[in-house]
Design a protein. Structure first.
Length: 275
């Protein structure tokens, strides 16, 4: 009997200590998911029957290995790096009488717009390193500073046409179907809009080219031809993520022309993208 009494005494002391510990525990939280929301109810540590704090949060996206972003838009500027030797016979045959100043572009008016049908990221190392690729079109508009520049075909030549007067706009448009491939590095993988960069290459196919004239009276004339532009374009590409802001850039590996001129195109601008 004495042993039983001692055991009951020890058990009662244990229950008392347990009850005392429970009153000092941190508040507990109940979680309920309804559709795209999570409702979190934190039990109040105070008086009995108190409701406590209730929070409603959106459900975060699943930790899928592949993420897809549809219909991304790039808005930027187009230009080219001109390394042409204008004194060479090839350059003078293609652009007779021209020098580097004669084919300068209007920087603020030469526009690049890209429309990506989709871009996907495949996680390689958690959220820190991913493979990024997509499909879209690049639309480049090169606005000539000299409005008398004309591109002739059969054979292709660039000439100065004195009859081109009263012009508001004189531009060369070159459009490509493009596939980008990049390695993406995320320096803040736990944040939805973090900081990082991506670098890689893209391959483009020229599907449309034209020279467009617009007069001061808003009359428009277009001349469609490939003008001996390279059919395929390979470019170095990059993307910089600065929180909610994304910047992009590209620089081709070769001149955009098949012959005559050594003008390497490049683009830079802002990307409207979710990731």
């Amino acid at each position: 009997m004495k042993r039983i009494a001692l055991a009951l005494c020890a058990l009662s002391i244990g229950f008392a200590a347990s009850a005392q510990t429970d009153t000092t525990k941190q508040e507990q939280a109940d979680t309920v998911r309804i559709g795209g929301m999570v409702i979190i109810r934190k039990n109040a540590p105070g008086e009995k029957g108190q409701d406590g704090e209730i929070r409603v949060k959106p459900v975060r996206k699943s930790n899928s290995k592949v993420n897809t972003n549809w219909w991304i838009v790039d808005l930027g500027f187009a230009n080219w790096s001109d390394n042409t030797n204008y004194s060479s016979p090839a350059a003078q045959a293609f652009a007779p009488g021209f020098d580097k100043d004669g084919l300068e572009l209007r920087t603020g008016k030469s526009i690049n717009v890209n429309l990506w049908v989709f871009m996907q990221k495949v996680k390689l190392i958690q959220n820190a390193v991913s493979l990024k690729y997509g499909l879209g079109v690049e639309l480049n508009n090169y606005r000539f500073d000299d409005r008398q520049v004309r591109l002739e075909e059969n054979p292709t030549r660039i000439v100065k046409d004195a009859t081109l007067t009263n012009l508001k706009k004189n531009k060369l448009a070159a459009d490509y179907v493009t596939v980008p491939l990049m390695l993406n590095f995320n320096f803040t993988p736990k944040r939805e809009k973090g900081f990082g960069f991506a670098a890689g290459v893209s391959g483009g196919y020229l599907y449309s080219a034209r020279q467009k004239f617009k007069t001061n009276d808003n009359d428009i004339d277009k001349n469609h031809d490939n003008f001996d532009l390279r059919k395929f374009k390979v470019s170095y590409i990059g993307e910089l993520s600065l929180g909610v802001v994304r910047l992009y850039g590209s620089y081709a590996t070769k001149s955009m022309w098949e012959k005559g001129l050594d003008q390497t195109p490049y683009n830079i601008g802002i990307r409207l993208s979710y990731f």
